[in-house]
Design a protein. Structure first.
Length: 484
């Protein structure tokens, strides 16, 4: 029996009750995602005697960046399936099943076979779940409901509860029992999330049940053929050495740029959007670019910062050296503490809160300052960088993230044309895909023996982009046509 979600539903901390189910499934999905990703780079470059695969650090960061970028790049596919074939709700369910199968593959299949099958399933499953879950959260609110940003901040807190616990527990399992036990725990987490979601699916009523822009049945066979050809092409390129572990992130960067441009052109030239909707899409372009710059720094938590934590950070805690993967849980701790503060602040300020372009600008500037914070900690030997220094830097990561990420999710639903609802969310995730893949590409230039130029140039570039966005905000707000 389905339930009806009304604009006045306030049964979950003042928010609609179905937000609790989306909160929960996203929490468990993030538990499995970040739990696996927290130990992935070490699995790739640790020696065989240490339980790893023994590839170079540069190749490992490229694979991690490419994988992370593919997760967000595949939101296009997930969003398209939701909008044209299955609807958001069923797409979310099947994506969760695929994620669970991916983690099981990493846990039970040996070597690069497990990496290839597992990361492929997790990447495409996560892409489908991300776009649809975000879209469904947006569907719980009217576009002018002042609770929307607060609701997304609460949803974002659920993400970070999972992101906190995942690396801690999988890192412990990896240290105590081995990498495959850590991957297995990630699979268990996704199973719990899938079970919870299945039990409470009825709460959504008609939300996400039907595709808003169904694909005509006579085109489905053609689309399936295109998909099969794409898979074959990628397989051939990998088998012939065109795609290698060292250039994966570069290929994903290029692919994401092409996909982003194509998607903007597709939406902007569509006859199915109104002039107001078209103006709003134009307004999203400068924020898309700022978001990509932001994520190219932020997602280095899993490339540069992960290597830094393993080789440069003093991880001695009261006489015990904690696993480097535990550093990935520092940012979620701050998110859990401050997400509610930001949500309350946006709710209290209501229409007086800063505009979305200004929030994006502030987040990008803070992210640049955080990278400059690495410079004073340079010059020491291996494992000499102070833990408190890195904690302070990751605090700045958190402040930047809360200004930009939940706001970006919310903004993509507010600016979305009616017939491209979930696909507009995918465009935001394309900016994350571009930034995440760039995080893998940029990390190849990090030299732990000469860190200052790397952190100086990247931090300075992010600050510059944020300042330019702030200066352009009046023009951007005019294009947003009344959306705040």
């Amino acid at each position: 029996m389905s339930e009806t979600v009304t604009p006045h539903d306030r049964r979950f901390f003042g928010q609609p009750l179905p937000l609790a189910n989306l909160f929960g499934v996203e929490m468990w999905e993030r538990f499995s995602f970040y739990g696996m990703q927290g130990i992935l780079i070490y699995y790739l470059y640790y020696s065989v005697s240490e339980g790893g695969l023994g590839i170079s650090q540069a190749a490992a960061t490229s694979i991690v960046g490419a994988y992370g970028g593919t997760v967000y790049l595949s939101t296009i596919l997930g969003a398209w399936i939701a909008d044209r074939l299955l609807g958001a709700e069923r797409t979310l369910f099947y994506s969760a099943v695929l994620i669970m199968l991916g983690h099981i593959s990493l846990a039970v299949l040996p070597g690069f076979l497990g990496v290839g099958v597992g990361l492929g399933c997790v990447a495409f499953g996560s892409g489908g779940l991300k776009a649809t879950a975000t879209s469904m959260v947006g569907d719980l609110y009217d576009e002018r409901d002042d609770r929307r940003d607060a609701g997304f901040s609460i949803f974002y807190m659920g993400i970070n509860i999972g992101a906190l616990l995942g690396p801690l527990l999988t890192g412990f399992m990896q240290t105590r029992y081995g990498f495959h036990w850590g991957f297995g725990l990630a699979a268990v987490g996704m199973f719990l999330g899938l079970t919870q979601y299945t039990i409470y699916r009825h709460q959504f009523g008609d939300i996400g049940r039907y595709p808003p822009h169904p694909l005509p049945s006579d085109l489905r066979l053609r689309v399936a053929g295109i998909g099969i050809v794409a898979v074959v092409v990628v397989a051939v390129l990998a088998a012939t050495g065109v795609i290698t572990s060292g250039n994966m992130s570069d290929i994903v960067v290029a692919s994401t740029i092409v996909a982003s441009v194509a998607y903007f052109v597709l939406i902007l030239t569509s006859r199915q959007i109104t002039p107001v909707e078209r103006s709003r899409v134009w307004s999203f372009i400068p924020m898309f670019l700022a978001s990509a710059a932001f994520w190219s720094l932020f997602q280095q938590q899993f490339t540069t910062v992960a290597v830094y934590s393993d080789t440069r950070l003093d991880r001695n805690l009261f006489g015990w050296e904690f696993p480097p993967s535990w550093v990935q849980s520092i940012n979620p701790v701050f998110i859990i503490v401050f997400a509610g503060v930001f949500a309350a602040a946006w709710t209290k300020l209501g229409p007086r809160q800063p505009s979305s372009p200004i929030k994006f600008a502030i987040g990008t500037i803070i992210m640049g300052i955080a990278f400059l914070g690495f410079i004073p900690m340079g010059g020491g030997g291996p494992n000499s960088a102070p833990l408190l220094g890195l904690i302070g830097i990751l605090f700045l990561f958190t402040m930047a993230e809360l200004f930009l990420s939940p706001v970006g999710l919310s903004l993509s639903t507010k600016l979305a044309p009616k017939n491209f609802h979930t696909q507009m969310v995918a465009l935001f995730y394309l900016s994350v895909a571009l930034g995440t893949a760039m995080a893998g590409t940029l990390a190849k230039y990090y030299d732990e023996n000469d860190e200052t130029p790397y952190f100086l140039w990247i931090g300075g570039a992010s600050i510059t982009i944020g300042v330019v966005l702030a200066l352009c905000s009046p023009w951007i707000r005019k294009l947003m046509q009344g959306v705040h």
